[in-house]
Each structure stands twice: as structure tokens, then as C-alpha cells.
Design a protein around this ligand. Structure first.
Ligand code: SF4
Length: 122
């Protein structure tokens, strides 16, 4: 069994949560969670250990717009293990102006099931 310390970022209290976990039948499994002051911390710390995810923010090349780049982000968090593949796809992408905030720029980025959307008009 392994213990991982996770700093909860859900609220400003910033609890340092300890998660005991081990592989059971080839699958990482949470055994016990300690030091969380509320259930939100339990959920966050468990997910951080089992399947950490992040919202991805970046830019793509913008053709014919007032700026050279357009800022984008993932609609939902993507698994940390997919971030590199997502960035590879984002780096290859260019989009023609006009673009509206919220437009889908890349559908199903790197096969994650998550879309990359514009965060500004361009
Ligand atoms: S465990 Fe609860 S109280 Fe502690 S930082 Fe997370 S959300 Fe805040």
C-alpha cells in the first residue's frame, strides 16, 4: 500500500489530505482518505490519485484576425496522461477568423471525448 499527500485546491483552506491506495486486480484503488475537512476533499483527493485531470488552456494560430493567436481551453478537464497528445494536436491547429467565444476549435481532442473551444472572439 502507498500513501500520497494531496493539497486540496477546492477551497482556500487547502487541506493536506492523505490517500492510502494500492493496485487491486490491476486497478489503482483508494483504501482510505484522511485529513479532509469535508466530503468535497475526499472526492478531489481520490480522483487526484486514481485519475488526475486538468483543464487545458493554450492558443492556436489565428488566420485573418486582429491577433496572431486565439486563446482556447478544454470544455472539461482532460486526463493528465492525455495532456501531451492534446497539446500536440493543438499546436498543429490553425483557425480562420471570424471565431466567436465558445466555438468548437477541435472536436474530441486526442480521442478524449473533450472539445477545445475558443475563449475569446477572434
Ligand atoms: S477538504 Fe474541504 S475544507 Fe479542505 S480544502 Fe478541500 S474543500 Fe476545503
Amino acid at each position: 500500500m502507498q500513501t500520497t499527500k494531496v493539497t486540496c485546491v477546492i477551497c482556500p483552506v487547502g487541506c493536506t489530505i492523505e490517500v492510502d491506495h494500492e493496485k487491486i486486480d490491476g486497478k489503482e484503488t483508494v483504501i482510505e482518505v484522511r485529513n479532509n475537512k469535508c466530503p468535497r476533499g475526499y472526492k478531489y483527493a481520490s480522483a487526484e490519485v486514481i485519475n488526475p485531470e486538468r483543464v487545458l488552456t493554450s492558443t492556436v494560430r489565428l488566420v485573418g484576425g486582429s491577433a496572431a493567436r486565439l486563446s482556447v481551453k478544454s470544455e472539461r478537464p482532460v486526463p493528465k496522461t492525455s495532456l501531451f497528445d492534446c497539446m500536440k494536436e493543438i499546436r498543429k491547429t490553425s483557425v480562420a477568423s471570424p471565431v466567436k467565444m465558445g466555438d468548437v476549435i477541435i472536436e474530441n481532442v486526442a480521442g478524449t471525448g473533450v472539445n477545445i473551444v475558443a475563449t475569446h472572439n477572434g
